[in-house]
Design a protein around this ligand. Structure first.
Ligand SMILES: O=P(O)(O)O[C@H]1O[C@H](CO)[C@@H](O)[C@H]1O
Ligand SMILES: O=c1cc[nH]c(=O)[nH]1
Length: 236
């Protein structure tokens, strides 16, 4: 078994997958937290590692950036590799001063202007939801670990750089109630819903559109350990 985008063989991907956007974040997680981690995909450098965490098999695979990219990888994981649950672990830009750098947000819903769902199966919804069961597990695990997660609506955007003639982050906060932005969760939740699987999205605030603060590239790769530990413990 392999696809045009994933060379992992049958049985090399665990039922539970953690999915950061950045391949180097996937490598960091494998090297820092997993035992006996094996590199199972490097097609297009979209690194995937399977190992064990506290004795349970887990895969960490990068999604790349944006809906088309996570759309391909998550669809293949769910439909061809028998994956049952994916927790996205990403970075996000804050839309309000209430969210500080390094805060961890758990998406309770995501709003998007994306055409992903419409093109994928004709779905016209602009709000997608994670698995309720998985979100409850993540919240319980975070509480047990003594780590704070903030439940909020996320803007899942197709565009990182916008011009001045479209809605600003403040407009999107006001109109749609989104407190931060990522670029993948809408497509991930849609794929999970269509295929009868579970998905959730944890995000660490790496930038603030409200204050202009931003984390360094190195911090984005390595310092989001609270989110990583919550997701790992929710996967076992
Ligand atoms: O840090 P990741 O998981 O890549 O997530 C965020 O970072 C990228 C933009 O810098 C987009 O992929 C966005 O969703
Ligand atoms: O500003 C940001 C930061 C992270 N991810 C985004 O999509 N936007």
């Amino acid at each position: 078994m392999s696809t045009a985008h994933n060379e992992a063989k049958n049985g090399e991907i665990a039922k539970c997958v953690l999915m950061p956007g950045d391949p180097l974040r996937a490598k960091f997680i494998a090297e820092t937290f997993l035992e006996d981690a094996k590199l199972v995909n490097q097609v297009r450098n979209m690194l995937a590692f399977t190992g064990t965490y506290k004795g349970k098999e887990v895969t960490v695979m990068a999604s790349g950036m944006g809906m088309p990219s996570i759309g391909i990888y998550s669809y293949e994981l769910f439909s061809q590799y028998g994956v049952e649950q994916i927790i996205r672990i990403g970075s996000a830009g804050a839309y309000t001063t209430d969210l500080k750098l390094r805060d961890v947000v758990l998406a309770d819903s995501v709003w998007s202007e994306s055409n992903y769902a419409k093109r994928q199966n004709g779905c016209e919804d602009d709000v997608m939801y994670p698995s309720k069961e998985l979100n409850e597990k993540i919240q319980k695990v975070a509480e047990e670990l003594g780590k704070k997660v903030i439940l909020d609506r996320v803007h899942s955007s197709d565009v990182f750089y916008t011009e001045d003639n479209v809605d600003t982050y403040a407009d999107i906060y006001r109109k749609h109630g989104c407190t931060c932005v990522d670029m993948e969760s809408f497509a991930l939740f849609h794929n999970a819903n269509v295929l009868g699987k579970k998905a959730a999205c944890l995000l660490t605030i790496s930038d603030s559109l409200a204050t202009g603060e931003e984390a360094s590239t190195m911090e984005r790769q390595t310092s989001f350990t609270d989110m990583m530990e919550i997701a790992l413990n929710a996967s076992i």
